[in-house]
Ligand binder design. Structure first.
Ligand code: DCP
Length: 152
Protein backbone atom coordinates (compact mmCIF):
# COMPACT_ATOMS: atom_id res chain seq x y z
CA UNK A 1 0.00 0.00 0.00
CA UNK A 2 2.80 2.41 0.92
CA UNK A 3 4.46 1.76 -2.43
CA UNK A 4 1.20 2.37 -4.27
CA UNK A 5 0.66 5.65 -2.40
CA UNK A 6 4.21 6.72 -3.19
CA UNK A 7 3.70 5.90 -6.88
CA UNK A 8 0.44 7.86 -6.96
CA UNK A 9 2.15 10.80 -5.27
CA UNK A 10 4.97 10.67 -7.82
CA UNK A 11 2.50 10.68 -10.71
CA UNK A 12 0.83 13.75 -9.20
CA UNK A 13 4.16 15.53 -8.81
CA UNK A 14 5.08 14.70 -12.41
CA UNK A 15 1.73 15.94 -13.70
CA UNK A 16 2.15 19.15 -11.70
CA UNK A 17 5.59 19.82 -13.21
CA UNK A 18 4.21 19.15 -16.69
CA UNK A 19 1.47 21.67 -15.97
CA UNK A 20 4.02 24.25 -14.82
CA UNK A 21 6.22 23.64 -17.86
CA UNK A 22 3.18 24.16 -20.07
CA UNK A 23 2.13 27.38 -18.30
CA UNK A 24 2.50 30.07 -20.93
CA UNK A 25 3.47 33.58 -20.00
CA UNK A 26 1.45 36.46 -21.38
CA UNK A 27 3.27 39.75 -20.83
CA UNK A 28 1.53 43.07 -20.31
CA UNK A 29 2.93 46.61 -20.39
CA UNK A 30 2.06 49.31 -17.86
CA UNK A 31 3.03 52.52 -19.66
CA UNK A 32 2.51 55.82 -17.86
CA UNK A 33 3.04 59.28 -19.31
CA UNK A 34 2.06 62.63 -17.76
CA UNK A 35 0.02 60.96 -15.01
CA UNK A 36 -1.99 58.71 -17.33
CA UNK A 37 -1.90 54.97 -18.03
CA UNK A 38 -2.06 53.54 -21.54
CA UNK A 39 -4.96 51.08 -21.95
CA UNK A 40 -6.50 49.31 -24.92
CA UNK A 41 -9.99 48.13 -25.69
CA UNK A 42 -10.20 44.60 -27.09
CA UNK A 43 -11.96 43.90 -30.35
CA UNK A 44 -11.89 40.06 -30.11
CA UNK A 45 -12.83 37.38 -29.11
CA UNK A 46 -16.53 38.16 -28.61
CA UNK A 47 -16.29 37.33 -24.88
CA UNK A 48 -13.64 40.03 -24.36
CA UNK A 49 -14.62 42.57 -27.03
CA UNK A 50 -15.26 46.01 -25.52
CA UNK A 51 -13.24 45.24 -22.37
CA UNK A 52 -10.08 47.16 -21.44
CA UNK A 53 -6.63 45.67 -20.91
CA UNK A 54 -2.97 46.50 -20.78
CA UNK A 55 -1.16 46.09 -24.10
CA UNK A 56 0.64 42.75 -24.45
CA UNK A 57 0.41 39.15 -25.56
CA UNK A 58 1.95 35.70 -25.48
CA UNK A 59 5.71 35.17 -25.16
CA UNK A 60 6.69 33.14 -28.25
CA UNK A 61 9.17 30.22 -28.09
CA UNK A 62 12.77 31.48 -28.10
CA UNK A 63 11.76 34.96 -27.04
CA UNK A 64 12.41 36.65 -23.68
CA UNK A 65 9.56 38.38 -21.85
CA UNK A 66 11.11 41.75 -22.56
CA UNK A 67 11.43 40.95 -26.28
CA UNK A 68 7.80 39.82 -26.36
CA UNK A 69 6.66 43.01 -24.66
CA UNK A 70 8.54 45.21 -27.12
CA UNK A 71 7.24 43.19 -30.10
CA UNK A 72 3.62 43.19 -28.92
CA UNK A 73 3.57 46.95 -28.23
CA UNK A 74 5.03 47.58 -31.66
CA UNK A 75 2.54 45.26 -33.39
CA UNK A 76 -0.46 46.49 -31.44
CA UNK A 77 0.20 50.23 -31.22
CA UNK A 78 3.09 51.07 -33.54
CA UNK A 79 5.28 52.31 -30.69
CA UNK A 80 8.65 51.33 -29.24
CA UNK A 81 8.67 50.75 -25.47
CA UNK A 82 11.49 50.07 -23.03
CA UNK A 83 10.52 47.67 -20.25
CA UNK A 84 11.69 48.83 -16.80
CA UNK A 85 10.78 46.05 -14.37
CA UNK A 86 8.02 43.87 -12.98
CA UNK A 87 4.80 45.29 -11.57
CA UNK A 88 2.30 43.51 -9.30
CA UNK A 89 1.62 39.78 -8.99
CA UNK A 90 1.47 37.13 -11.71
CA UNK A 91 -2.19 36.50 -12.46
CA UNK A 92 -3.53 33.11 -13.57
CA UNK A 93 -5.20 33.13 -16.99
CA UNK A 94 -7.42 30.03 -16.94
CA UNK A 95 -6.59 27.74 -19.84
CA UNK A 96 -3.83 30.08 -21.06
CA UNK A 97 -1.10 30.53 -18.44
CA UNK A 98 0.03 33.49 -16.41
CA UNK A 99 -0.26 37.22 -16.98
CA UNK A 100 2.97 39.00 -15.98
CA UNK A 101 3.18 42.78 -16.03
CA UNK A 102 6.20 45.00 -16.62
CA UNK A 103 6.25 48.77 -16.35
CA UNK A 104 7.57 50.33 -19.54
CA UNK A 105 8.75 53.63 -20.87
CA UNK A 106 7.50 55.02 -24.17
CA UNK A 107 10.64 55.82 -26.11
CA UNK A 108 9.62 59.07 -27.78
CA UNK A 109 7.80 61.79 -25.83
CA UNK A 110 5.69 62.97 -28.75
CA UNK A 111 4.67 59.67 -30.35
CA UNK A 112 0.99 58.67 -30.12
CA UNK A 113 0.06 54.98 -29.83
CA UNK A 114 -2.66 53.95 -32.28
CA UNK A 115 -5.14 51.08 -32.23
CA UNK A 116 -3.87 48.62 -34.83
CA UNK A 117 -5.54 45.40 -33.63
CA UNK A 118 -7.70 46.93 -30.91
CA UNK A 119 -10.91 48.93 -30.98
CA UNK A 120 -9.35 51.88 -29.17
CA UNK A 121 -6.29 53.08 -27.26
CA UNK A 122 -6.70 55.58 -24.44
CA UNK A 123 -4.63 57.40 -21.81
CA UNK A 124 -6.50 57.16 -18.49
CA UNK A 125 -5.83 59.11 -15.26
CA UNK A 126 -5.47 57.23 -11.95
CA UNK A 127 -8.88 58.39 -10.70
CA UNK A 128 -10.66 56.78 -13.67
CA UNK A 129 -8.86 53.42 -13.72
CA UNK A 130 -11.20 51.59 -11.32
CA UNK A 131 -14.21 52.61 -13.40
CA UNK A 132 -13.04 50.90 -16.61
CA UNK A 133 -14.69 47.67 -17.74
CA UNK A 134 -11.47 45.62 -17.40
CA UNK A 135 -10.68 42.13 -18.67
CA UNK A 136 -10.84 39.94 -15.49
CA UNK A 137 -7.10 39.29 -15.11
CA UNK A 138 -6.13 42.94 -15.57
CA UNK A 139 -8.72 44.11 -13.04
CA UNK A 140 -6.65 42.42 -10.30
CA UNK A 141 -3.82 44.82 -11.18
CA UNK A 142 -5.88 48.00 -10.72
CA UNK A 143 -4.50 48.87 -7.23
CA UNK A 144 -0.91 48.50 -8.49
CA UNK A 145 -1.77 50.47 -11.65
CA UNK A 146 -3.38 53.29 -9.65
CA UNK A 147 -0.32 53.52 -7.37
CA UNK A 148 2.02 53.55 -10.39
CA UNK A 149 -0.02 56.16 -12.27
CA UNK A 150 -0.25 58.46 -9.24
CA UNK A 151 3.48 58.34 -8.71
CA UNK A 152 4.69 59.04 -12.28
N1 DCP B 1 -4.70 38.77 -21.89
C1 DCP B 1 -5.16 39.37 -20.73
N2 DCP B 1 -4.74 40.63 -20.42
C2 DCP B 1 -3.89 41.31 -21.21
C3 DCP B 1 -3.42 40.71 -22.40
C4 DCP B 1 -3.84 39.43 -22.71
O1 DCP B 1 -5.95 38.77 -19.99
N3 DCP B 1 -3.50 42.52 -20.84
C5 DCP B 1 -5.16 37.41 -22.24
C6 DCP B 1 -6.19 37.38 -23.33
C7 DCP B 1 -5.90 36.08 -24.02
C8 DCP B 1 -4.42 35.85 -23.81
O2 DCP B 1 -4.06 36.66 -22.72
O3 DCP B 1 -6.59 35.03 -23.36
C9 DCP B 1 -3.57 36.18 -25.02
O4 DCP B 1 -3.80 37.51 -25.35
P1 DCP B 1 -3.78 38.04 -26.86
O5 DCP B 1 -4.78 37.31 -27.67
O6 DCP B 1 -3.88 39.52 -26.80
O7 DCP B 1 -2.29 37.63 -27.20
P2 DCP B 1 -1.58 37.28 -28.54
O8 DCP B 1 -1.57 38.50 -29.39
O9 DCP B 1 -0.26 36.71 -28.19
O10 DCP B 1 -2.50 36.13 -29.10
P3 DCP B 1 -3.21 35.96 -30.49
O11 DCP B 1 -2.10 35.85 -31.48
O12 DCP B 1 -3.99 34.69 -30.25
O13 DCP B 1 -4.09 37.15 -30.67
Amino acid sequence: LVLRLLAAHRTQVELRSLELAAAKIVVAAAVVREGKLLVQQRSYPMSLAGKWELPGGRVEPGETEVEALVRECHEEMGVVVRPLGRLGPDIPLPGVGLLRTHTAWLDAADVQPRAVEHRAVRWVAAAHLAGLDWVAADRVLVPALVALTEQV
